[in-house]
Design a binder for this molecule. Structure first.
Ligand SMILES: [Zn+2]
Ligand SMILES: [Zn+2]
Length: 294
């Protein structure tokens, strides 16, 4: 039933987007972090002994799929990402949709595919909070960058950390939302790389990794590789944001996932953040609509 177990901390693989992997804490009151994995497994755990707490690592559509199956459970999320659970439009706003059509596609997907529902937040998490489940201690690490309220969960006694969407996948980190930040992603990853743990768990991809900081550094390195490729492209001459987006440095040719997630828009917003960063560093200048090297 479990893809990884370390005492009371257990791990359930979730399959593909818009699902994710789940951490199950089986000590004292039962708890789930990111209940978007396998419905049958989560429900059978709940039948054995109720799930009393649902924690969401951050306010994204692919981490909420089965929350609605546990209406009685307490709902905990970081204070900064909490507002997206009070109104579906707040969540849609965070994705940078560009048109009414885009918004309505997201609204439909959130409600009908991802089972979004308005949910009262019972506890607003903050960095350093110590969550106690029976004998099991979990420390909240606020790791902004992917979303502004993204959190990781450190289990010091089990020597493991759940890194959620700092997910160590080959493609590299995502920072395409309005509130995403490249600088924060880098600081969060540096913090995680300095943690003395044996195991990294992530919400997507392989899910279970040996706790080797080099793995985090390689993942973080993708950010700098993207930036390097962007600079090489600008060496050819001034480019507009549209041209840079079409180049597909991050995601390749345009693709729409599940009929609602337009990767070309993610490409555009992530490239905008790189361009902003290069401008701040004084390496790139914007003249009219064209970005060029200094
Ligand atoms: Zn996410
Ligand atoms: Zn995710």
């Amino acid at each position: 039933m479990f893809d990884y177990e370390n005492g009371p901390v257990k791990f359930i693989h979730g399959g593909r987007y818009p699902h994710c992997h789940t951490v199950f804490i089986d000590d004292g009151p039962r708890a789930l972090i990111d209940a978007a994995s396998q419905e049958d497994v989560l429900l059978s755990l709940h039948r054995e002994r109720p799930i009393e707490t649902l924690i969401v690592s951050h306010g994204h559509e692919d981490h909420i799929m089965h929350n609605h199956l546990f209406p009685e459970a307490d709902f905990w999320v970081h204070e900064i990402d909490a507002p997206v659970f009070s109104d579906v439009d707040r969540l849609i706003d965070s994705y940078t949709p560009e048109s009414a059509d885009e918004r309505s596609k997201w609204r439909d997907a959130l409600i009908n595919v991802c089972h979004y529902e308005v949910r009262e937040v019972d506890r607003r998490l903050a960095d350093g909070d110590v969550l106690q489940f029976g004998e099991t201690t979990c420390r909240v690490i606020h790791t902004p960058g992917h979303t502004p309220g993204h959190c990781c969960f450190h289990f010091p006694d089990q020597r493991l950390v759940f890194m959620a969407d700092l997910d160590l996948v080959k493609a590299g980190p995502y920072y395409g939302d309005v509130g995403s930040s490249i600088e924060d992603t880098i600081s969060s990853l540096e913090y995680l790389a300095a943690l003395d743990v044996d195991t990294y768990l992530t919400a997507h991809g392989k899910g279970v990794y040996e706790g080797d900081p080099e793995t985090i550094k390689r993942y973080m390195g993708v950010i700098f590789e993207r930036e390097e490729m962007l600079l090489e492209f600008l060496e050819e001459g001034p480019k507009t944001l549209e041209e840079i987006t079409r180049k597909g440095i991050i995601y390749g040719p345009p693709k729409i996932i599940m009929g609602f997630w337009d990767l070309a828009l993610s490409e555009k917003y992530m490239m905008s953040k790189h361009l902003r960063r290069l401008q701040d560093q004084g390496n790139v200048i914007l003249e009219g609509e064209h970005f060029h090297l200094k």
